[in-house]
Design a protein around this ligand. Structure first.
Ligand code: ZN
Length: 145
């Protein structure tokens, strides 16, 4: 499987200085320094500090994922890499315990099966906006071709 890098010129196996990384990604050098403080791995014993392209790519990916939170009626689609609405407004809810369960739905864009942990307290809210089927563990949802 080919790995896609974020940013047109970002090379996964190249080292970047803060200055170079900023230029490749089109962001301020200050942003890169802040990312390093926030956990972006960098070889800081060297001057200038070096960042591996692959680390940069991973950091941007995880940052993107946490940045966009799913709304109640959305699930994170690992195929589209963004929160998506369930196809046909249909979801399944599989109770896990007294307080929470798994919401399962099909991505309206690419038909990938999506999962999300939902609190039982949110169930009524969910039922108001989506067609919720409560199931007991067995997979009933079908892929709509
Ligand atoms: Zn999708």
């Amino acid at each position: 499987m080919a790995r896609r890098a974020h940013g047109r010129a970002l090379r996964l196996h190249r080292n970047y200085t803060v200055d170079e990384a900023a230029r490749v990604l089109g962001v301020a050098e200050g942003s890169i320094r802040r990312w390093i403080k926030n956990g972006l791995p960098a070889l800081q014993e060297r001057k200038p500090a070096l960042i591996l392209g692959g680390d940069l790519s991973e950091f941007l990916k995880s940052r993107k994922a946490t940045k966009r939170k799913c709304k109640l009626n959305e699930c994170y689609c690992f195929s589209c890499r963004v929160p998506r609405q369930p196809a046909f407004g249909e979801v399944e809810f599989l109770p896990l315990n007294a307080t929470s369960g798994n919401m399962r739905a099909i991505c309206e864009e690419c038909s990938t099966l999506m999962h999300k942990r939902v609190s039982v307290m949110k169930l009524d809210e969910l039922k108001a906006i989506l067609a919720v089927t409560i199931t007991q563990g067995k997979e009933r949802i079908n892929k709509h071709a």
